[in-house]
Design a protein around this ligand. Structure first.
Ligand code: GLV
Ligand code: MN
Length: 195
């Protein structure tokens, strides 16, 4: 989904003061082989949090060699029963493969149809660009997935945070009407995500 590159590579200069769509390239004379390798997905993420899951991103911010190349990846770790909560990626389609364990993977179409399936190691899924999706570890042990995106920076709209933990907050009278519940319920949910 990202624009096509205009050269072999453009290793991001993340600290450049110049602001462009993406990042400016660091000088070719300063590019090293190391710019094209990244070991950040090798280690397990810490799943000790309310969701029991952890996303480790290998997007352009973590891996500047991806700049202008239109691709990136995530590693997602799941504790038993852990959930990667409903979220969407505004700039990318997602393809994933289960590395370990057993995951319920689902997405909802713009017609509000849920497509879901339980997948095991080696099996793949695809999440069409922008659609809300989730994974839940339905196995006995830990689970791990690797996901790939056709954007160097897919972005993530994580619905629990978007709706109940924005800064400043979405007014309660918007949320009570939208979800047809009392203000107490909204405050309850907001309190779970208060930082
Ligand atoms: C999974 O949905 C991910 O975004 O890596
Ligand atoms: Mn995702």
């Amino acid at each position: 989904a990202d624009p096509d590159p205009l050269q072999d590579f453009c290793v991001a200069d993340l600290k450049a003061s110049l602001s462009v769509n993406g990042f400016p390239c660091k000088p070719v004379s300063e590019v090293k082989s190391d710019d094209f390798f990244f070991d950040g997905l090798a280690k397990e993420g810490n799943t000790t949090n309310v969701f029991g899951s952890n996303v480790t991103a290998a997007d352009v911010l973590a891996f500047p060699g991806l700049n202008t190349l239109g691709i990136s990846m995530n590693r997602v770790d799941f504790a038993p029963g852990g959930v990667n909560p409903p979220h969407s990626h505004p700039r990318a389609t997602e393809a994933g493969v289960i590395i370990k364990g057993k995951l319920l993977v689902g997405f909802v179409t713009t017609a509000n149809v849920l497509h879901s399936k339980v997948l095991e190691a080696g099996e793949m899924f695809v999440i069409p660009r922008g659609l809300v999706h989730f994974q839940r570890n339905v196995g006995k042990g830990k689970a791990v997935s690797l996901t790939a995106f056709n954007s160097q920076r897919p972005g993530a709209v994580v619905l629990p945070f978007t709706l109940f933990a924005s800064t400043p907050p979405i007014p309660n009278n918007v949320l009570t009407k939208a979800f047809q519940v009392d203000e107490k319920v909204i405050n309850d949910i907001k309190s779970k995500f208060a930082s």
